[in-house]
Design a protein around this ligand. Sequence first.
Ligand code: PLP
Length: 373
Amino acid sequence: MTEFSNRVERVSISGIREVFEAAGEDAINLGLGQPDFPTPEHARSAAVEAIQAGKTDAYTSNKGTESLREAISAKFERDRGLAVDTEDIIATAGGSEALHLVMEAHVDQGDEVIYPDPGFVAYEALTHVAGGEPNPVPLREDLTLDPATVEENITEDTAAFIVNSPGNPTGAVQSEEDMREFARIAEEHDVLCVSDEVYEHIVFDGEHHSPMEFTDSGNVVVVSACSKTYSMTGWRLGWVVGSNERIERMLRVHQYVQACASAPAQYAAEGAIDGPQDVVDEMVATFEERRDLVVDGLTDMGLDVPEPKGAFYVMPKVPDGWVDEVLDRGVVVVPGEAFGDHGEGYARISYATSTEELEEALDVMREATKAVR
Ligand code: PLP
């Protein structure tokens, strides 16, 4: 009989897929975690030009092309005022691989990882893959992560805590003060803070800050990607930034599991990051209009809706049976418990879909809400 590793036996297939599969083909899908816009023209052309010029036929350097890492470094300077050496960056196969590298390089058998609950599904899975022990912690009423909760949960076994702002599945944005606190905690407790910033540019109220801005302890690593900002989920291009020592450990894993990120995707990413950013502004403005539409609609139904300030998700509190009623009526939303035990009683609605579909879906939700009340 084939024996499987204990680590992989502790990982289950994401509950989100199950919801998609249960819904009919004609369903309106508000379960998706990807923007519904095309990849910007200048990113696509950069890839096509690189392919035609034969630049993408060979492996690149393990960390990624120098020019892409220069673009990422310039982006850090532009957005966060941080000087990042190109040697302290690895281009990865999306934010997902970046998170995997962080975990493999820092989490040992039995080490604890603290992360938000509800939170992105990969945090638990990747903690298990690394042999660690998940420690999902509850959120504030507004669905942000309280630094005090993180601090209370740190033990001598804690390897890392994960901060994700703007958040999936919540859309919550951590304040600058919170980010300063996370930086302080990482420094004082000498524990790694993993800042997952894949939604960094999709912010409507306030502004995004990274804990990396507030400490030079080397105890913060930043994970980000082109996926959400540039509507490039299919390209699979992200990055991880950290101290030279940490990057060197992550490279030991990356060079054997990936060799290098896909070369065409690296050129597309460079085009996206170096090119005009007004496409991002337009996308964010559209998301904001849709956020207002959905939040107003759900509030009018009498639901309690913590207001999302970023990403493209809203997470209302919903009555018992609501998700099933909505699904039965042909609209896919994801039950909150797919994101952790504290997600129970909530649903995640993605508004990365057209206004027409959102309006139709809100009508369905209105009916479903009446049916379960
Ligand atoms: N982090 C968060 C919070 C996400 O929501 C996602 C994707 O949904 C990722 C990381 C992974 O992004 P990528 O598609 O770049 O692997």
